[in-house]
Structures are given as structure tokens and as C-alpha cells.
Design a protein around this ligand. Structure first.
Ligand SMILES: C[S@@+](CC[C@H](N)C(=O)[O-])C[C@H]1O[C@@H](n2cnc3c(N)ncnc32)[C@H](O)[C@@H]1O
Length: 252
């Protein structure tokens, strides 16, 4: 029988890069693999938002930091801009250079590294500079899971369709409401007024919930029924779940 003591988890290898998902921001929601890699690697890269005083991802892994080199990066977020692409190439080149000298490098990412995450851009750049067998992804608990878990209600049953998308394209959100049973909107904080208006028109306010700064201690805000909520400015770290309906099992 495998026990916790004998459980093998991935240890960082010299010259390898790891895009590590660290979940919503609470250190006890890291996987064992994520904690082990952060604890044992040579360098930890952490993204930090331009207007933020600290890196949330770095705070979440603080209990696992000791001698590692810490690199805090402000990442470019402008859309489809050549300057942004060039900067990603330079960032990737820096990481590849570190790996070439034998360092094991971890980039920590809130949630999962493949869902709306800067790690994906870095991985794209690195794939052109390093052998792919030296690139690794460690999954993390994504915001859709964190948000759902705060209300203990099923996200999907039977043949329900689940859609994850950014809330920022309101027209696309409107279309998605007709094409799934459960809609999860990332980045809902910045367009909450428009979303509320759309849900009011569709009579869906009471089917919508949101979580802001989920699992981030006192910063957390939970709203389990938007029809009874007094609108207020929300943090960028806000995710909404709209339960539009259920789809019955198809016969045959
Ligand atoms: C750049 S995306 C990062 C997504 C992340 N990679 C994931 O898998 O959850 C930022 C968005 O993720 C969501 N998010 C991330 N952490 C969250 C948290 N702790 N509580 C609620 N939403 C969160 C919010 O919708 C936020 O606007």
C-alpha cells in the first residue's frame, strides 16, 4: 500500500523549467508536488500586477521559501502588441539562459498555469528555446473550482455543458448564456455593472453567484445570490458562476 511517507513527488531537475499552479492563494491549497518544487528549486519567478504592491502568488508560497533566488516580474498585458511579444521573448530568453547554466526554475501562478495565465506565454516562448522535455506544467486549483467550492453546489450534472470564459467580452457572454447550462466568468470584477444589467434582462440574477479573492483570508467576499446583493466595486480577483439550467440525460 502507498502511504504519504513513501509517496513519490516530482523533485526539480537541473536545467528544467516548471510552470507551477498554486491554487487560489491559500498555502494549504497547494499540491504536494507544487510545494516540493517551490521548496527545492534554485529560482522562483513570481508575476506581479503593475499596480500591485506585492505578488499574491509569492505570498502564497512564502512558507516554502528559504534559500531560493526570488525574481518578481511585472508582465506585459497589452493585447497583440509587438512590444508585448518582444518582451515575452526577452523574458523567455532570460529563463532559458538560467536553465542553460543548470538552474532549476519555477514560475508560480495563481490557480492553474494553463487557464488565463501568464505562464502560458512564457511556455510558448520557452518551447522555441529549450527541449520540450525540460518544460513541465504542474496543475493548480483554478478559480472556477475555488468559486464553486465556496457554495457546495454542483457545477455540472449528467450532460450539462460547462463554459469557462472571460467576462470582458459582453457580447460573447450573452451568446454563451444560450449555449451552456453553467457559465463561469473570469475577470468579472471590472465589468460587474454591465454583467448585472445583462443578468437582470435575462432574469438570471438569482441564478448567479460570485467570489472575490476566494480563499484569501479576510479579503474574501462571497455573494450567493446576486438578486439580493447591493452592487459595490469589486477586486479584479472576482469570478462569477451562472447556473442557467440543467440538461437531462439523453436516452439511447
Ligand atoms: C489572470 S486570471 C488567472 C486565472 C488563474 N490562472 C486560475 O486558473 O484561476 C485572473 C482571474 O482569475 C480569477 N481568480 C483568480 N484567483 C481568484 C480567487 N482567489 N478568487 C476568485 N477569483 C479568482 C478571477 O476571475 C481573476 O480575474
Amino acid at each position: 500500500m502507498t502511504t504519504m511517507a513513501t509517496l513519490k513527488t516530482m523533485a526539480p531537475e537541473a536545467g528544467h523549467f516548471y510552470a507551477v499552479g498554486i491554487g487560489p492563494g491559500s498555502p494549504d491549497l497547494l499540491t504536494l508536488r507544487a510545494a516540493r518544487l517551490v521548496e527545492q528549486c534554485d529560482a522562483v519567478i513570481s508575476p506581479q500586477a503593475k499596480n500591485s504592491a506585492k505578488s499574491l502568488a509569492l505570498e502564497a508560497v512564502r512558507p516554502f521559501l528559504d534559500q531560493q533566488e526570488i525574481i518578481v516580474n511585472n508582465y506585459p498585458m497589452e493585447r497583440n502588441d509587438q512590444k508585448t511579444r518582444d518582451r515575452w521573448q526577452r523574458l523567455a530568453a532570460n529563463v532559458a539562459k538560467r536553465c542553460a547554466t543548470g538552474q532549476s526554475v519555477v514560475q508560480v501562478t495563481l490557480g492553474d498555469p494553463l487557464i488565463f495565465a501568464t505562464s502560458s506565454y512564457l511556455l510558448q516562448g520557452l518551447a522555441e528555446l529549450m527541449p520540450v522535455d525540460k518544460l513541465h506544467v504542474v496543475p493548480g486549483i483554478s478559480a472556477f473550482q475555488t468559486t464553486a467550492s465556496r457554495f457546495t453546489e454542483a457545477l455540472t450534472l449528467q450532460e450539462d455543458r460547462l463554459t469557462l470564459m472571460s467576462a470582458t467580452d459582453l457580447q460573447a457572454v450573452e451568446q454563451a448564456l444560450d449555449q451552456c447550462e453553467t457559465l463561469v466568468l473570469y475577470k468579472a470584477g471590472g465589468c460587474i455593472e454591465q454583467l448585472m444589467e445583462l443578468l437582470r434582462q435575462r432574469n438570471l440574477l438569482s441564478s448567479a453567484k460570485l467570489v472575490s479573492c476566494g480563499e484569501q483570508g479576510d479579503h474574501e467576499l462571497l455573494v450567493d445570490d446576486l438578486s439580493t446583493w447591493q452592487i459595490e466595486p469589486l477586486n479584479y480577483m472576482t469570478t462569477m458562476i451562472i447556473k442557467i439550467g440543467n440538461r437531462a440525460w439523453q436516452e439511447g
